[in-house]
Each structure stands twice: as C-alpha cells, then as structure tokens.
Design a protein around this ligand. Structure first.
Ligand code: ADP
Ligand code: ZN
Length: 716
C-alpha cells in the first residue's frame, strides 16, 4: 500500500472517506476514481490527504482511476465553500457538480434511433408519437425517445425490431461550435462603449450593470464575453428561465457565429454528457444555463455573467438550498475573475453592495435608439370599479379597445394560473382544500381539474360538494388567467387572443412557436402570467394592462414590495420597445403605496431608498442576516415536541436572536407538518456557527427532518 487519500462521494454525506492507494496508482486531488462503498462500486473525487481516523488495516482500496481530466482545484474549493455556507452535506454539493454519471464512463459511440420504415408495423397512437418525436429533430437514444414521446422503452424496442426505427451510431463526442470573438459587433452608443471599456480588462471583482430593459446591456456583456474568448478562457452566462430564451440564443449566434453550449433541465441525457465533458475539457467556450450550470467543472472559467440578477428564480429551494447569484459571486472570487450582474431592476442586496463600495456600478441611462419608456398610469380600483365578478375596469377596457382599433397589440397581465384561486360551496360554505397542504385548490377549467400549486395534488372537479352533497353549488372566487381570458372573450370578441401561462406553453418548442406568433403579429391580445415578462422582445406591443398589481404584496414576505416592483416594471418594459410608444395601465386598490408611485414615475431609486430604510431599521437583510430552520414530520405532535426541545436548547449569543417556533405559513406541505424558526443575526455574525452549536447532539427520531435555509427567499 502506498498510503491513503480521502475520496468524496456524490451522496448525501458530510465528509470524504479515506481509501488506500493501490500499487501502481499515483493520484492527485481532483482525480476521478472508482471506489467500493458497501457492496457497490461508486465514482468519487480524490479530495485530500486523508487522516488517521480509520486504521490502515481497515481501509479499502481504490479500484481504479477514471481516464478523464481531474476536477480543477477551484471547483473543489467552491464545493467546500458552498457546503460550508449552505450547511449542506458536501457530498450533495459534489453531486450537483457530477450530475452526469455517464460522462465519467469511457467514451463509446452512442446508439440512437431515427425513423426507419414506418409501414413495417401496425400504426398506433403511441407509435405515431414516437415517430413524431423524431420527425424534425436529431436521432434520439431509447431513453430520450421514450421520454419525448411519453412512451415506454418497450415500445421503442418493439418498433426497432419491426424496422419502424433504424439504429444509428452517434459519435460520443461532437465538436462544439466555436464562438468567434473576432466578429464585429454593432456600433456601440457612448454609454455602451464606456461600460465595455470598463469591463474589457476583465479585472476581478463584481460589477452591477444597470439599465432599463432595452438599454443594450446584453450587447455590453457580449463584448465582455468576446474579450474573455480572446483571452482563451471560458465564459458562463446564468439566465433565470433558460427554457424560454430562444431569442437570446439566436442573438448570441448572430453575434458570435456559433451557438453557446446550453445547460438546463430540458437537455437530453446525451446532450448533458457531451456538454459536461466539453466543459471539463475546456472545449465548450461559452455556456449559457440555469443556476445549476454554476457547478459545472470548468477547465478555465474566466468570466461569469448573471443576467436578471434580481430574479428569485436563482434561489434553489430544495435539495441543496442556495442562491445562485450569490454563489456566482463566490465562484468568481475564488477564481479571481470578473462577475457581471445585469438587471433593469437590481436587487436591494446588490444596490447596497454598490453603495458600500463592494461592487462596481455601470449604468446605461437610455433605451437604445429612440425607443421611449412607456407611460405608466395607475387605475384606482376603488373609483374605477369593474363590474361584479369581472376584473377589468372601464378605463382599462377602453384602452384595450383603442389599442385594438389602432392595430396595436395589447397584453393583459395577471400573475395567477388557472381559473379561480378558491372554490367554495354556496350552500354550506365548504372550501375545497388540498389534503396535503395548507392551501386552497385552484380550479383549472380547461382541464376541468382542481389542482394544488404546491404539491401537485389534483382531482377531477367534483359534481357535488363533498361536505353537503348538494350539486351545482360551487362558486369560483377570484380571478386566474383562464377566467380573465373568458372575460376578454366577451369584451373583445373580434380580437385574436392568446393565453400564455406555463400550463399552455409546455416545452421550449411550443414556447418558441407562441412567442413567434406574438412577434409576427398573428395575435392582437395576449393574456398571460409572469411567463410573458421574461426577456422577450415584442415589437408590436403598445399596451400593457396589469390586472391586479396588489397580488404579490400580501403575506409576510420580506421582499414582496421589491419583487412586485421588479415584476411589474419588467412587464411594463414589454410595451413600446420598438418605434411605437407604449403605455401601461396598472390596476390597484392602493395607488398611494411607494411601490405603485415608483412604477408610475419610473423611479426605482426612490423606492429602493424607502425599502432600504425599512430594512435597516428592522435589521433585515442586507443589513442583518437570516436563516430559516424548518422542522417537519408526518406526526404533528412529534414535530411540536421536537421544536420545544430545540427552543429550550437554543444557545445565547451576542447579536443573534431566534424567532419562533411558529407554524410555517404553509403549516402542512406534502402531508408533512411544519414548524419554523428564524435565526436573525447582526451582519457581522454568521448564523452558521450559531446553528452548528445549536444542533450539536440533537436527535432526529422517526421521520423528523430539518431543512436549513441560509438567506431565505421563501417564507412559506
Ligand atoms: P437589454 O439587455 O438592456 O434589455 P439589449 O441589449 O437587449 O438591451 O438591447 C435592446 C435592443 O437594442 C436589442 O434589440 C438590441 O439588438 C438593440 N441594440 C442594443 N445595442 C445596440 C447597438 N449598439 N447597435 C444596434 N442595436 C443595438
Ligand atoms: Zn398540496
């Protein structure tokens, strides 16, 4: 034996395990290895030197070293850092970085299927779907094909046997297009040029790039990417909703002559494998992805862009709970590379970081070209009342009619899926509630179902009230987009209407098609949820009606007003981006609120000042730190006993206070009862140390679970 090393395994483990190095192997940290674990062989990464905690004669030996490049040092330090900060098992963090086990296997050609002779077997609905899935796409592996066609592997195998499908071998590695940094970009405005000049030296550190939607931020960070490519290094762009950014991709391709590598949940297994390897080998030069792309093992990352940095979608809420924007800043710091945070509506956190000198600030003051900001008008719903059981005020209806008469395009925005958020029985008052969660079931009328938006529970709309058995007594309360669409159909029967919600959009292909219908003006009136707010450029849009601006403001969410501003500003920004001026009408019951006034005046700075003051006084982030501890279990009594025991054990520490335990607002979720503590710390005190001390020696009997959320964004 030649000594020992510790090997980290991508399972929910808090430490690396020691293994013996067999004769003939020489290992360095970062090497991928196969090791025995119980009766299995698992893949892991050499993490360090090992210690003497396990006696030498008990050590098991490493089985093999895998023939792929080692995981770079900075990736490993990043994994250490994230695990420590987020208080997550380090093996779970490694797992995010090794999410494609296939990519570790020796490369061999991949067996895939293309359409063979469709007439060589009987046609059925499911076989039709399999063929359709291959129609204008690339060959797919059995697994990907079955998934795309919602069929089984058996169906695919049978079709192959009959000759309806034909096997093809795909190379294990495909050359990635090389974005060409030498291509000429557009001539930049003065402000853009100044921003580019500031970014181009690629000085380490964080820059907040602020500018209204359409001010040309994307063009600016494209130039930073070009500089990074010229330096021969890789660049990463994090976007909140990658699945919907076909427009972004085609812009990138126009600028650089090749598509970037993509990383998001819609990729096929083969695409994942090829991309993961290309990132590790340094062949994928630019990666655009959702938050998990941050954990890819970049060979030589030289730049990170976080676009729409204020988006709460960057917060991962299950598994390892982390804020990808904040972790991108950490990743940049560890690698000593620049990080650019871009937004039209920067988060308060980033704004304060600029004020306190931690981040650099670059601003693009105007919209590119002559496009003007839309005018924003508030509609006071207390005076300008919609009809009973209707949601559009007379002024908004008038504005839509004017827009349609003028050949313009309009959006009605309501950020609520389904038909109605609450269904109750008019006879007995019974409310239809989720059996697993403390929430109402949302009616979806198209699918005739009641759905829980938290756990996915759904049932057919019942005929009779389950409490009083009376039939035909259900009343829908409140509006969702489907109900709004119904109202719009009555009011504007001649308009070509389109509903855009995650329920109608489905996958990225469908999304691209629907967006195309809007940009090519095949529809007049769009009724949609926040899905319409993200990054699309709608050249014909001249009116945006916000149906319920107060919707996001209820509840105890720290960032409710901030998020409302960001979302509504973004929705408003869809209007009048090209030559035509746009206008935005915002329906609210409380027009005096600072957030509504800020929207009207396009004055985010004034609004953020008020928010900042409130949070400073309350000692809330970013002026203090928060961590949420949620204890859950299937037995309410056991949860209660546990949180009482915890409360009694909470250590005393200067600058830390513990709020709770209290039933979480979602007191039951997916059948589990939940109680919550909030740990509130002064800014200079880290909650992690306090929590570690608190949890030491605590037992978690039965199915009790603890979820730790550092810097929580969701307070449910
Ligand atoms: P943002 O990212 O701030 O929303 P974009 O970079 O998307 O802004 O720019 C908005 C629009 O203006 C886009 O259609 C873009 O192609 C165009 N644009 C931006 N800068 C320039 C430029 N320097 N020359 C020509 N067109 C530009
Ligand atoms: Zn539920």
């Amino acid at each position: 034996m030649l000594g020992r090393v510790s090997v980290l395994i991508p399972l929910a483990l808090f430490t690396a395990y020691d293994y013996a190095i067999p004769e003939g192997l020489s290992l360095v940290p970062g090497d991928f290895v196969a090791v025995p674990l119980g009766r299995r062989t698992v893949m892991g990464v050499v993490w360090g030197a090992g210690d003497d905690s396990v006696p030498a004669e008990k050590l098991r030996a490493i089985e093999a070293q895998l023939e792929i490049p080692a995981m770079p040092e900075v990736s490993r330090r990043f994994i250490d850092w994230v695990a420590n900060y987020c208080m997550a098992p380090i093996g779970s963090v490694l797992r995010m970085a090794m999410s494609v086990p296939d990519a570790l296997e020796p490369e061999k050609p991949i067996k895939a299927w293309q359409i063979g002779n469709p007439d060589s077997g009987k046609m059925t609905a499911v076989r039709q779907r399999v063929l359709a899935a291959l129609e204008d796409g690339p060959p797919l592996t059995s697994g990907d094909l079955a998934r795309a066609a919602s069929s089984s592997l058996g169906v695919v195998a049978e079709m192959a046997r009959l000759g309806m499908l034909q096997a093809v071998a795909l190379p294990a590695r495909r050359p990635f297009g090389r974005p060409d940094a030498g291509r000429e970009g557009p001539a930049l405005s003065k402000a853009q040029q100044e921003a580019v000049d500031a970014l181009r030296p690629l000085t380490p550190g964080v820059t907040l790039l602020n500018g209204v939607t359409g001010s040309g931020k994307t063009e600016v960070y494209f130039e930073a990417i070009a500089a990074c490519l010229r330096a021969g290094r890789q660049a990463l762009v994090l976007l909140p909703e990658i699945a919907l950014s076909a427009q972004w991709l085609s812009r990138f391709e126009d600028r650089f002559g090749a598509a970037p590598a993509q990383w998001h949940s819609e990729l096929t297994q083969v695409e994942r494998r090829v991309t993961w390897r290309a990132v590790l080998d340094g062949e994928a030069k630019v990666v655009v992805g959702a938050r998990s792309a941050l954990f890819l093992p970049f060979a030589d990352l030289g730049l990170i862009i976080v676009d729409e940095e204020h988006e709460s979608a960057f917060k991962q809420e299950d598994g390892v709970i982390y804020q990808a924007r904040d972790m991108a800043v950490v990743r940049g710091h560890l690698a000593k590379i620049p990080v650019v945070l871009a937004s039209a509506t920067p988060s308060l956190e980033s704004t304060v970081n600029v004020e306190q000198g931690r981040y650099r600030f670059l601003e693009l003051p105007d919209r590119h070209g002559d496009a003007e900001l839309p005018t924003v008008t508030l509609i006071d719903l207390r005076r300008d009342k919609p009809e009973r059981q209707q949601w559009l005020s007379p002024s908004l209806i008038r504005a839509v009619n004017e827009t349609l008469a003028d050949q313009g395009q309009a959006i009605l925005f309501l950020n609520r899926r389904g038909y109605a958020p609450l269904t109750l029985c008019r006879d007995c008052g019974h409310r239809m509630q989720c059996p697993n969660c403390t929430t109402w079931l949302v009616e979806h009328r198209y699918s005739q179902r009641l759905q829980c938006h938290h756990c996915g529970y759904q049932i057919q709309m019942p005929k009779a009230c389950p409490a009083c058995q009376h039939e035909g007594t259900f009343a829908a309360c409140g509006p969702g987009v489907e109900r709004l669409a119904e109202e719009a159909a009555t009011l504007f029967p001649n308009a070509r209407r389109l509903i855009l919600t995650s329920d109608t959009v489905g996958g990225p292909k469908k999304a691209t098609e629907l967006i195309r219908m809007v940009t090519e003006r095949e529809v007049d009136l769009i009724i949609g949820t926040q899905i319409i707010a993200k990054g699309h450029h709608f050249p014909h849009l001249t009116l945006v009606g916000v149906v319920d601006a107060d919707l996001g403001l209820s509840g105890g969410d720290l960032r409710a007003a901030e998020r409302t501003y960001q979302l509504l500003h973004q929705v408003a920004g869809r209007a009048g981006r090209a030559e035509r001026a746009g206008r935005v009408l915002v329906q609210t019951y409380d027009p005096a609120r600072p957030v509504m006034q800020a929207l009207k005046d396009h004055d985010q700075a004034a609004f953020l000042k008020i928010e900042e003051e409130d949070r400073r006084i309350a000692g809330m982030p970013p002026f203090g730190r928060l961590a949420a501890l949620v204890v859950s279990g299937s037995n309410d009594g056991a949860v209660e006993t546990q949180v009482r025991a915890m409360a009694a054990k909470a250590p005393r520490m200067e600058g830390v206070s513990v709020l709770g335990p209290a039933p979480a607002p979602l007191a039951m979720l997916r059948g589990r009862h939940r109680r919550r503590f909030l740990v509130k710390c002064r800014r200079d005190v880290a909650p992690q140390g306090f929590i570690r001390q608190w949890l030491r020696g605590l037992k978690w009997p039965g199915d009790l679970r603890l979820q730790i959320d550092i810097d929580p964004y969701s307070f449910l």
